[in-house]
Design a protein around this ligand. Structure first.
Ligand code: SF4
Length: 452
């Protein structure tokens, strides 16, 4: 992990996003017990509707766990209140530049901890999911989400369940009812096909969910609150896309490419619930974009013009997190952009006078019909579109054990890559984090030879 430390420490906004990701438990406890807010479990980037109710707080359930937060990161959070994050970050860089080996070790540990601790927790939740009886043939993501609900589901008032094209996902959502003391379930059924009245149906379904959320909240739905949130959500999406398209495709990076990949992983995780505070998250995303641009302007970072851009996808259901480090060591730079592949980084089409619920239905339907698609043809077109937009020079496709939906179309994708993109591609199988690192190394080693 040492290669991550030098660079990441200079991004104070990344430290804030990472800290908010890890310190969710205390934040959420405060919201729940002191401020009497109600927690709603969400997964995938489907938290937006919850922000329409100020007394409800969305949470991606892994964040309710106590993470092993490095004591110096805790110190940073305390320091941030007094000095501001930028100064704390500068202080750390200063300490590192002193060359005190102990200080270096501490800083490297901080970053290593932030990155590894989330993945360790995922594996722990995966094991718990299996122990608790989730069938073995589900994908890694579902097994670990099930484990998260077994361990922390009692803390939430409800789960907000969106049905998607994957039948295993929908079955898993149903199975949450079988967990002891299950939380209430609020459903939004997204019509699985492009039927004529899909938009009306989905709008109606969202309104039904809003009525359920009103009962949980005890307050009436206010469309202005939801519209305002969608504006914040759109800004977040804009900054995220700037990082993906302006910065990740450029020839000069604000940090080394392995660090850049780590930042994309942190964003991929935290985007699901905006770390339970969309405005804070928006502000941190804006700082991140500004910090990156400033570094590039000042030529602080790394010339990556000779390093091929390797798109690694899909990774949100589980992938080997060592992949980007291995790709970096082999001379490439790994890019992760799953949410954009599924069109979940598109703007929610709100306007001053439109109905925000209808706008959200349009957004969801667009992602369903043309992002994930009802068939593998549309889905593989999404992979191709993303690879083109990112100017990818290679594509690593993750085939998840147990996924018969979105990581099951490599044969078709390979043919389209050959026909439309003419870039090398490879499929890596994945079951559990850390299980297959040696094999991943060998396969990526052979793959990256093609760029020499
Ligand atoms: S990774 Fe595959 S099986 Fe798992 S939820 Fe996503 S689509 Fe479904």
């Amino acid at each position: 992990m040492s290669l991550m430390a030098d660079d990441i420490i200079q991004f104070s906004s990344v430290l804030r996003i990472a800290y908010n990701l890890l310190a969710g438990r205390d934040y959420l406890k405060r919201k729940k017990f002191r401020e009497k807010k109600k927690l709603i479990s969400v997964a995938l980037p489907f938290s937006d509707l919850i922000y329409g109710f100020p007394d409800l707080v969305p949470v991606f359930p892994i964040r309710m766990h106590a993470f092993k937060i490095h004591k110096y990161l805790t110190y940073l959070s305390l320091g941030s209140d007094i000095f501001g994050w930028k100064r704390v970050s500068k202080f750390l860089s200063f300490v590192k530049n002193l060359g005190i080996s102990e200080a270096s070790r501490i800083i490297e540990e901080i970053i290593g901890d932030v990155i590894d601790t989330v993945n360790d927790k995922y594996n722990e939740m995966y094991d718990l999911g299996i122990e608790s009886g989730i069938p073995n043939d589900f994908c890694y993501g579902i097994k670990s989400l099930y484990g998260m609900h077994v361990s922390k589901g009692k803390n939430v008032e409800a789960t907000l369940n969106y049905t998607i094209r994957c039948s295993a996902w929908n079955k898993y959502l149903e199975s949450l009812k079988t967990i002891e003391n299950p939380a209430k379930q609020v459903w939004i059924d997204i019509p699985p096909r492009n039927i004529g009245n899909a938009l009306e149906l989905l709008t109606e379904n969202i309104y039904d969910a809003i009525r359920e959320l009103e009962k949980i909240s005890g307050n009436n739905y206010d469309k202005n609150i939801l519209r305002n949130h969608f504006q914040v959500a759109n800004e977040i999406r804009k900054y995220y896309k700037t990082i993906l398209y302006e910065i990740s495709t450029s020839d000069f990076y604000p940090c080394n490419p392995a660090t850049f990949s780590e930042i994309l992983v942190i964003l991929n995780n935290s985007f699901q619930d905006y770390n339970s505070n969309a405005i804070r998250y928006r502000d941190n995303m804006l700082s991140l974009v500004n910090e990156m641009k400033e570094r590039i302007r000042n030529k602080i970072g790394m010339d990556v013009s000779k390093m091929p851009r390797i798109l690694v996808t899909p990774m949100f259901g589980g992938w080997e997190p060592k992949s980007h480090e291995i790709i970096y060591e082999l001379g490439g730079r790994a890019l992760y952009a799953d949410w954009d592949m599924l069109l979940l980084l598109e703007e929610i089409p709100i306007s001053k006078f439109s109905d925000p619920v209808e706008a959200y239905a349009q957004f969801l339907l667009n992602a369903t019909k043309t992002g994930i698609g009802c068939d593998n043809d549309t889905l593989t077109d999404s992979y191709i579109r993303l690879a083109k937009q990112l100017n990818a020079e290679g594509l690593v496709f993750i085939q998840l054990f147990g996924c018969h939906s979105i990581s099951n179309c490599y044969a078709m994708l390979k043919e389209k890559i050959r026909r439309d993109l003419e870039i090398p591609s490879i499929a890596l199988t994945f079951n559990k984090i850390g299980e297959n690192v040696e094999q991943v190394k060998t396969r990526l080693g052979a793959f990256m030879e093609m760029f020499k």
